[in-house]
Write a protein that binds this ligand. Structure first.
Ligand SMILES: Nc1ncnc2c1ncn2[C@@H]1O[C@H](COP(=O)(O)OP(=O)(O)O)[C@@H](O)[C@H]1O
Ligand SMILES: [Mg+2]
Length: 190
C-alpha cells in the first residue's frame, strides 16, 4: 500500500509505472502488461456489458474466439462475478465495477495491478469487500498489487506499506507500524 497526503506524488508514481508518464530522472523497469484500476469506477468500463468489456481488453491479442471466451470466464470466476457476464455496466454497483476492472486485468494476464484509491467512492461494505478480494488474488494467483489509499483501516490487508511526501519515500515497512504513526499524526492535528 502506498500512502501520502494530497499532492505527494502517488498518482504520478502509478502513471510512471504504467508508462503513461515518463520519469524526469532515474530508471524504472516494469514488465507489461500492467493492470490499472482508477478511483472512479465509471472512468474505465467502456463497453455496454460486463462480458463485452472484458473481451474488449483482449482485442489486440487477436485470440481465437474460444480462447477469448475462456479468458473472460476465467477472469470473472476469479472475482466471483461470473453470473454478471451479460449484465449491462450501468446496472452494476460501484464495488462490482471495480471488480470488473480487476477482472479485465486478470483476463490480460497482468501480474501487476495498480489501484489508485479504488475504494474512494465506495460504501464501507464494498470498500472492505474489494480490499479482501485483492488480498485473495495476490495470495491465490501470485499477483502483485500496489494500492493507493487514504483509508487507514485498509492497511490491515497489506503486506507492506510506503509513505510518500513531496515525491520521496519517507517511511516504509510494517503496515501496522505505519498505521500507528499516521493515526498518531492525525491525533496531533486535532
Ligand atoms: N505531468 C505532470 N508534470 C509535472 N507535475 C505534475 C504532473 N502531474 C502531477 N504533477 C504534480 O505532481 C504532484 C503530485 O501529484 P499527484 O501524483 O497527483 O499526487 P497524489 O496522487 O499523491 O495526490 C502535484 O504537485 C501535481 O501538481
Ligand atoms: Mg492521486
Amino acid at each position: 500500500m502506498l500512502l501520502g497526503t494530497n499532492g505527494s506524488g502517488k498518482s504520478t508514481l502509478l502513471r510512471i509505472l504504467t508508462g503513461l508518464l515518463s520519469a524526469q530522472s532515474g530508471r524504472i523497469k516494469v514488465v507489461p502488461p500492467v493492470g490499472f484500476v482508477f478511483q472512479n469506477p465509471d472512468h474505465q468500463l467502456v463497453m455496454p456489458t460486463v462480458g463485452a468489456d472484458i473481451a474488449f481488453g483482449l482485442v489486440e491479442e487477436k485470440l481465437p474466439f474460444a480462447e477469448m471466451r475462456q479468458r473472460v470466464d476465467e477472469a470473472l470466476i476469479a472475482v466471483n462475478l461470473l453470473h454478471l457476464q451479460r449484465r449491462p455496466i450501468y446496472a452494476l454497483s460501484g464495488g462490482q465495477k471495480q471488480r470488473i476492472a480487476i477482472a479485465g486485468a486478470i483476463a490480460r494476464h497482468c501480474e501487476v495491478l495498480l489501484l489508485d484509491e479504488p475504494t474512494a467512492l465506495l460504501d464501507p461494505d464494498s470498500q472492505l469487500d474489494l480490499v479482501a478480494q485483492v488480498q485473495r488474488l495476490v495470495k491465490s494467483r501470485g499477483m502483485t498489487a500496489l494500492w493507493v489509499t487514504h483509508r487507514l483501516e485498509e492497511l490491515d490487508y497489506a503486506d507492506g506499506a510506503f509513505l510518500l511526501e513531496q515525491g520521496q519515500v519517507v517511511d516504509r515497512g510494517d503496515p501496522s507500524r505505519l498505521k500507528q504513526r499516521l493515526m498518531q499524526h492525525m491525533g496531533d492535528e486535532n
